[in-house]
Design a protein. Structure first.
Length: 203
C-alpha cells in the first residue's frame, strides 16, 4: 500500500505545482518555507541526524506552526492584506486549536513514542495533559472576545468547536479505538469547515 501512497503523493505534488503556478512570488516563498519545514519534519536534516519530529518536545508545535502558516498566513499573503490585530488573534487561535487537536494523538502514541521525544503525556502525564487541553480551549474561546470585529455567528461556532475539542480530549486514552483519532479527531476540521460553509460565516 506504500506504493499507492507514494503515487498519490507525487500526483498531489503535481497538482499543487500546477495550482501554484499563477500565484505571486510571495505566495511561492511562503509555500517554500512551509514545505521545507514539512520535509525536515519527516527527513533528517543532515546525514545520521534525526528529523525535526524527533526533536524533544517540538513535534506538536511544528505541526501547529505549519497549519497556521497554511490556513491563516498563506491566505493573508495571497490576498495582500496587511497584518492587523484580528489576524494576529486568529493566528494565536489557530495555533492553540491545532495544539488541542494534537493531544488525542499524543495520548494515543504514549505507549509507542520513544522517551526522548518528551511529548506532553510523557512529561506531565495523561491527566495533566487533558487539564492543559481544557486550559488551552478556554484561552481559545476567550481570544474571540479580544477581536476588534466579531461576526455574529463567530462566538456560537467557536463555542461549538471548543465543545468538540474538549470531548475529543476527554475521550482520549492510550487504548482508544483505532479509528478514534484517524477518523473522528481528524474529521473535526472538516466538520467545522462544513458548518462555516453552510452558515456563510467569515473567520
Amino acid at each position: 500500500y506504500r506504493k499507492y501512497i507514494q503515487g498519490f503523493s507525487f500526483a498531489s505534488f503535481g497538482v499543487a505545482l500546477f495550482s501554484l503556478w499563477p500565484l505571486g512570488s510571495r505566495v511561492w516563498l511562503v509555500v517554500g518555507v512551509l514545505t521545507l519545514i514539512s520535509l525536515c519534519y519527516a527527513i533528517p536534516l543532515l546525514p545520521n541526524r534525526d528529523n525535526l519530529r524527533r526533536w524533544a518536545g517540538w513535534k506538536i508545535y511544528l505541526v501547529a506552526l505549519v497549519w497556521v502558516g497554511c490556513t491563516v498566513f498563506l491566505p493573508v499573503v495571497h490576498a495582500q492584506r496587511a497584518m492587523d490585530w484580528d489576524i494576529g488573534v486568529l493566528l494565536m487561535q489557530r495555533f492553540l486549536w491545532v495544539l488541542i487537536l494534537m493531544i488525542p494523538f499524543e495520548i494515543r502514541d504514549l505507549a509507542h513514542d520513544p522517551p526522548e521525544l518528551r511529548t506532553l503525556p510523557q512529561r506531565i502525564g495523561i491527566g495533566k495533559t487533558k487539564l492543559l487541553g481544557l486550559g488551552l480551549t478556554l484561552v481559545f474561546v476567550l481570544l474571540s472576545f479580544w477581536k476588534d470585529h466579531v461576526g455574529y455567528l463567530e462566538i456560537p461556532i467557536t463555542l461549538f468547536t471548543a465543545v468538540v475539542l474538549l470531548t475529543a480530549v476527554a475521550k482520549s486514552s492510550p487504548k482508544q479505538h483505532r479509528y478514534f483519532t484517524t477518523f473522528i479527531v481528524e474529521g473535526i476540521p472538516i466538520v467545522v469547515w462544513g458548518i462555516l460553509g453552510i452558515v456563510g460565516s467569515r473567520y
